[in-house]
Design a protein around this ligand. Structure first.
Ligand code: ZN
Length: 152
């Protein structure tokens, strides 16, 4: 009988994590919410369920849907917005994937232990007043990952 022993440390903690992360939303960078909303409203069969400005991220956002698997459109509010930089470099498109986690600090710690870095460092207040952290794409397989604490 052959027994396989994994090399190195498992990225999965020995104890059960509190809940399995789920896709909360997909963030899509757009030049204009006004110009982009009609297409997404037609595709998703409803008008946005929420609009807000997030000064800490330099964006105006519109959310479609409820619960998990929502779509967030992001329009920069200034040239120094990270989304403006993204649009200059890559044009409109998929900007980030947001995962909902039960415990944000625990998820950040696990991600850092697995080699991810936060950009910018630390936990912050994001859209909908929820606590968020972002993992730098260079440390996360080329994808900007937003972690958000699930509502308790
Ligand atoms: Zn987001």
């Amino acid at each position: 009988m052959v027994t396989c022993v994994p090399a190195g440390r498992s990225p999965v903690p020995a104890t059960e994590p509190r809940g399995v992360p789920k896709i909360d939303h997909l963030g899509i960078a757009v030049n204009s919410l006004e110009a982009s909303i009609p297409l997404y409203a037609a595709l998703l069969g409803e008008n946005p369920t929420g609009h807000e400005e997030v000064p800490s991220e330099g964006v105006k956002v519109a959310f479609f849907g409820r619960g998990g698997g929502r779509v967030e459109l992001l329009e920069p509010t200034g040239d120094d917005s990270p989304v403006a930089v993204f649009l200059d470099r890559r044009g409109p498109g998929l900007h980030h994937v947001c995962l909902s986690v039960a415990d944000l600090e625990e998820a950040v710690l696990r991600a850092e232990e697995a080699g991810a870095t936060l950009v910018p460092p630390g936990v912050r207040s994001g859209a909908e007043g929820r606590r968020v952290a972002f993992l730098h794409p260079r440390s996360a397989g080329g994808v900007l990952i937003e972690l958000v604490e699930s509502e308790r």
